[in-house]
Design a protein around this ligand. Structure first.
Ligand SMILES: Nc1ncnc2c1ncn2[C@@H]1O[C@H](COP(=O)(O)OP(=O)(O)OP(=O)(O)O)[C@@H](O)[C@H]1O
Ligand SMILES: O=C(O)[C@H](O)COP(=O)(O)O
Length: 403
């Protein structure tokens, strides 16, 4: 296990890695729960009288979302309820001068760490620890805090380099995410374990299913992934219609694995028994799957499916969610996703809701996060945790030099 904020003491120069990577629309950063969550770690560090320097990233070079972090500093400051200075540099003289001018209880955010050439190459921790970026910054700090669980699947310099050269600690987000998301591997549950799997990314879902076996008693499928499984089971769905392009390429890439999973675990894989679509006057309409011949997009699981899935959830000791059961962003097609989330919220099972998109349904429909054991802010890292893979960022924290 790793050390946490409880082990740091007070009055230190702390370099903290957050994951504030956010959706960006027309150059504007969209507020999201990553800010709220990380604010708690930051506030705690400030209250302990540390000098706090935040390192984070946004987008990747070449993408529209690859922008500076000045807006992130302002948004985070609102949640921390404390001004956050920003310097448009990562480890050059302007950054080092700004770091040195901080007083106890003050906070500074560095520029997008992916603007630094040393950051992005996937390299082992030893190679990153020896980079100019890591060596230069490490000299300015007493310790490193990693709160960025959702980037822990990347072997990037700001994630794996510092724990080799500074005492390293897990922030509150890192510790909570690690504990909840690894619980299939690390905990025994006193009753059935259920996975709700949907959304748009078939390969992610199939990877999770392939990596798990006896641990899971019921798989409840929906969304695009559910339709692909229905296609493999012989139904006339799971292909693109009109100018759509969500299904056929995913089918071509995953058909064999889907057929294998159905053959090996068909008894535990639950598929939708009915599906919803847009009716002639724009209303939600539903049809049983055996009566469907797909001529238009199918946008949600139907009411009978929700009822069957809810009964299995009610009987479960633990439920893990990855991916939405329908296009929940449109209220007409939110019934599957939101109906199941509401059922999970009213039972006392251990529950983890993951997937960046899916967890947005919780706030969109005003569900209280406290009704779930954990709502993850991770995407790729959540999938890797569910598949039992270790994350480089967590591994290096565990073997870091925290004393
Ligand atoms: N039948 C469907 N047709 C089209 N889109 C769908 C359908 N069912 C679900 N979706 C879409 O899938 C999206 C969620 O899929 P995705 O696989 O990205 O989920 P996630 O696991 O929550 O996200 P991420 O992997 O990005 O963290 C939602 O935005 C939803 O609108
Ligand atoms: O938003 C995320 O999932 C993380 O910040 C990782 O971002 P990346 O996929 O660009 O590495």
């Amino acid at each position: 296990m790793f050390k946490t904020l409880d082990d740091i003491g007070s009055g230190k120069r702390v370099l903290v890695r957050l994951d504030l990577n956010s959706p960006v629309e027309d150059g504007i950063v969209k507020d999201n729960r990553r800010f709220v969550r990380h604010a708690r770690t930051v506030r705690e560090l400030l209250e302990a009288g540390h000098r706090v320097v935040v390192m984070a990233h946004q987008g990747r070079p070449g993408r529209d979302s690859f922008i500076p972090l000045d807006q992130h500093a302002d948004l985070l400051a609102e949640y921390v309820e404390h001004p956050i200075a920003f310097v448009d540099d990562v480890y050059g003289d302007p950054a080092v001068d700004a770091i040195r001018s901080l007083d106890a209880g003050e906070i500074l955010m560095l520029e997008n760490v992916r603007m630094c050439d040393d950051e992005l190459p996937e390299k082992p921790p030893e190679a990153h620890a020896d980079s100019e970026f890591v060596r230069t910054l490490a000299d300015e700090f007493d310790c490193y805090v990693d709160d960025a669980y959702s980037v822990a699947h990347r072997s990037h310099a700001s994630i794996v380099g510092f724990p080799l050269v500074l005492p390293a600690y897990a922030g509150r987000v890192m510790a909570a995410e690690y504990e909840a998301n690894s619980s299939i591997a690390n905990r025994a549950f006193d009753g059935p374990v259920t996975m709700v799997l949907g959304g748009a990314k078939a390969t992610d879902v199939i990877d999770v299913m392939s990596a798990l076996d006896d641990e899971i008693d019921h798989y409840l499928l929906g969304g695009i992934v559910g339709e692909l499984f229905l296609r493999a089971a012989g139904y006339d769905v799971g292909f693109d219609v009109g100018d759509g392009e969500l299904y056929d390429h995913q089918w071509a890439n995953n058909e064999d694995r889907i057929r294998e999973l159905l053959a090996e675990r068909g008894d535990r894989i639950n598929l939708p028994v009915d599906l919803a679509y847009e009716g002639a006057t724009g209303e939600r309409a539903e049809r049983p799957v055996d009566g469907v011949s797909k001529t238009q997009p199918l946008l949600d699981v139907g009411s009978d499916t929700v009822e069957r899935y809810a009964a299995l959830v009610e009987d479960s000791a633990a439920v893990f969610v990855k991916g939405a059961l329908g296009v929940f962003e449109d209220e007409r097609f939110s019934h599957g996703t939101v109906g199941l989330l509401e059922t999970i919220a009213t039972t006392d099972c251990f529950s983890v809701i993951g997937g960046g998109d899916t967890s947005r349904a919780i706030e969109l429909y005003g569900l209280d996060e406290d009704y779930f054991s954990h709502v993850s802010i991770a995407g790729g890292a959540y999938v890797r945790a569910l598949t039992g893979q270790s994350l480089p960022g967590v591994e290096v924290l565990e073997r870091g030099r925290a004393e």
